[in-house]
Structure formats: C-alpha cells, structure tokens
Design a protein around this ligand. Structure first.
Ligand code: SAM
Length: 216
C-alpha cells in the first residue's frame, strides 16, 4: 500500500478513536515514562514528539527540557491534535507547539536534539517518513522508540490477536516482526528490549553522525 492510502486509513481510524484514546493508554504508561527517561533530555534542549496524538507525552517532555527548552509535536489527525492543543492552552506553556502535518512532509524551524516515537507504527514503516524525521534531527540526537511487535515464535498463535489489535490503530497493520528495522540502520548505540511479555518493544539510539540529511 502507498503512503497516501495508509495515511487516509489512519486518519479515519483516529477520527473514530480520538475521543476515547486517552482512556486506553493506562497500561502502557510505564513504557511511555521509560521511553522519555531514556531520551536523557537536558534543560534547554529541543525535542520532537513524533505522531504526538492527544499530547499525553507533552507534559513529561516539557518537565525535562524546562522553560528554556522547546517541545514540538506533530500529528496528521485533526481530532487527536485538537486535544493536544487544549492541553497546551490549559497548561499555559509558551515553549510547546504542535503542528498538523504528516510525518512525510514535516518541516521544522530548527533541527532537534531528541525524537520520541511512542506507538507510531505507521510512521516507522514509511521510508519517506523515516527519512524526513532523520532530516529533522541533529547528528547524535537521542531517539526513543516504543511500540507493538509480534510475540516470539513460541507464542506465535497469539500473533493473530496482535495483528488485529494493531489493525484497529494503524493503516499498515502488518510488518510486526521488526517494526524498527527502517530506522535502526541510521542509529548508533542501539539498545533494545522486549516489553509486555514479548508483544512490545522499547529501543534507543542516537542519530548517526554520518546522517547527512537536511532539515529544510
Ligand atoms: C497510537 S497513536 C500514538 C499517539 C502518541 N504518540 C501517544 O503515545 O499517545 C499514533 C498517532 O500517529 C499518528 N500518525 C499516524 N501516521 C501518521 C503520519 N504519517 N503522519 C503524522 N501522524 C501520523 C496518528 O494520527 C496517531 O495520532
């Protein structure tokens, strides 16, 4: 399937899911916290929340970069992003901004020090999205990725359930054996662990200094 078809399917799914989305995120909250802690953010840094959805990660990211830092998020779903905007307005943050755009066409004012991919399967499976996001990162930028994957072989009968679960949220629900494999070759210091008894993963790396893409 091409990017446009996958994106259209995802936008339709999140139109239906947006209102109840936050209520479904309780079980993965510790993974979100660990992913963000692993970014090792420093006060004053710029961080990008990839496919930020309703903005659940924004307060955690802002806490770490402080008043002098900058948190940017983007998402293609207007309904998800509306909730992120409400969160920003209610908190009164002046250094947090979200953009309605696709990952494939994202433009940022400046490259970032860190990238968070928290449950962004469709984005990770799009070569053009991965290329664009790497272009928006400084060499050495810290990357954290959390998401869903297939169980190991000995639990393979459960993978139909994993696939169906993923299909409820993504336009490209397959490719769950190693969903990180388009971005991992561009990252140094790769660290990986399974989560949720093998149906999830958490990975970290740094954008390779030889990544020569340009932000604009
Ligand atoms: C499972 S949600 C995760 C939201 C958020 N990262 C979180 O952890 O709560 C996936 C998000 O990715 C967004 N998304 C999927 N494909 C996208 C694309 N190509 N460009 C921008 N956003 C995309 C969806 O609209 C959705 O909000």
């Amino acid at each position: 399937m091409d990017d446009d078809t996958i994106r259209a399917d995802s936008i339709a799914k999140y139109r239906a899911r947006a209102a109840g989305y936050d209520d479904t995120c309780g079980p993965t909250w510790p993974i979100r916290e660990r992913a963000i802690a692993g970014l090792q953010l420093q006060p004053g840094q710029r961080v990008l929340d990839v496919g930020c959805g309703t903005g659940l990660s924004l307060p955690l990211l802002r806490d770490r970069v402080g008043d002098q830092g900058c948190v940017w998020g983007f998402d293609q779903s207007p309904e998800m992003l509306a909730q992120a905007r409400t969160r920003i307005t209610e908190a009164g943050w002046r250094n947090v901004a979200v953009f309605e755009t696709s990952a494939q066409t994202l433009l940022l004012p400046e490259p970032v020090d860190a990238l968070l991919f928290h449950y962004t399967h469709d984005i990770l499976r799009s070569p053009s999205a991965v290329a664009r996001l790497l272009a928006c990162a400084l060499p050495g930028a810290c990357v954290a990725i959390a998401g869903i994957k297939y169980f190991p072989r000995w639990l393979a009968p459960l993978n139909l359930w994993v696939y169906l679960k993923n299909r409820g949220y993504n336009g490209a629900p397959g490719e769950l054996h190693s969903p990180w494999d388009l971005i991992a070759p561009y990252l140094d210091d790769w660290r990986f662990e399974s989560t949720q008894w093998g149906m999830g993963y958490l990975a970290f790396g740094r954008v390779s200094a030889t990544n020569s893409r340009s932000c604009d």
